[in-house]
Design a protein around this ligand. Structure first.
Ligand code: HEM
Ligand code: MG
Length: 261
């Protein structure tokens, strides 16, 4: 018994304590030589070491494993998302991507982002507090829901359309824009209720860190592409209404006069 106790304290106990202290990929802010890009979630996964910390040469297995172990996305969903990464690589037939390949303006990256300014105005791939504050003005209360993200998304595109002479949104850009807003609710939040605590999203965007500290946990039930699509449809439907509500609250003229980019 004594020997067992010795073993426990000398071997097992430190392991248990360490395990409790680091139950997930350790967060380490990016180094100046690390590559990051437009996607706040992929940046966060690299900062936790779920993806290569240097943000370079990310292959399909690494993406699928990262999205599965950090966020509980199904492997099919992970492979689907990886396609966008791979296609962003300027090298034809590439099997990997770097996080800044996603910045290519007009491919998947689009105007009217929630936390990034439009390429027309300057640096467009990294977090911008002013833009994020505009977005948050439409997030009322502690919990984001479908109508709220639809309204805020409409606001960003409206504002860009009014202030950016080169504003444009391709069909693919539109799909991404709605999908990213769906991801807030169905991946970071709760895919069943299609809501998300604002503090999770704010923490993620500002710190590029998974919001464990503010109570977020990896979802217990796997998340499929179909879950994202369900929320996508709701947001798309709520968007016309959001656009109108936006018009009533603040007329385009008023916005054009007050908007600064
Ligand atoms: C933004 C790609 C995974 C959430 C973006 C953008 C790209 C991108 C190209 C820029 C769009 C823009 O705002 O102009 C990818 C790829 C992924 C991936 C290739 C996987 C391989 C995820 C996951 C989430 C996510 C799993 C889950 C929450 C977001 C959000 C934005 C975004 C919320 C919008 C940022 C903003 O509007 O400021 N992603 N993404 N992404 N991504 Fe990802
Ligand atoms: Mg953008």
């Amino acid at each position: 018994f004594y020997r067992f106790e010795m073993k426990f304290t000398t071997l097992l106990f430190p392991a248990v304590v360490l395990g409790a202290a680091c139950p997930y990929g350790t967060f380490k802010p990016e180094e100046p030589t690390d590559i990051r890009g437009v996607c706040p979630m992929l940046n966060a996964l690299a900062n936790h070491g779920f993806l290569p910390r240097d943000g370079k040469n990310i292959n399909e297995n690494q993406t699928v494993n990262a999205l599965n172990s950090a966020l509980n996305l199904t492997p099919d969903f992970g492979r689907f998302l990886f396609t966008a990464g791979r296609l962003s690589n300027p090298k034809p037939n590439a099997t990997t991507f770097d996080l800044n390949h996603l910045d290519r303006h007009g491919l998947f990256e689009h105007d009217g982002s929630l936390s990034r300014q439009d390429a027309y105005f300057g640096q467009w791939s990294r977090f911008n507090q002013t833009v994020w504050n505009w977005t948050k003005q439409y997030y009322h209360g502690d919990t984001l829901d479908v109508q709220m993200v639809a309204n805020s998304r409409a606001q960003r595109h409206m504002r860009s359309n009014l202030t950016n002479p080169e504003y444009g949104l391709t069909e693919v850009g539109y799909q991404f824009s709605v999908a990213e807003n769906s991801a807030l609710l169905s991946i970071i939040g709760d895919k069943v209720t299609q809501t998300c605590p604002l503090k999770y999203v704010d923490y993620l965007f500002v710190n590029e860190r998974l919001p464990y500290e503010v109570g977020w946990k990896k979802p217990e039930v796997p998340i499929e592409l179909q879950d994202l699509i369900k929320t996508f449809r709701k947001i798309a439907n709520a968007s016309l209404q959001g656009y109108e509500q936006y018009l009533y609250k603040q007329s385009p003229l008023e916005l054009a006069l007050t908007a600064t980019a």
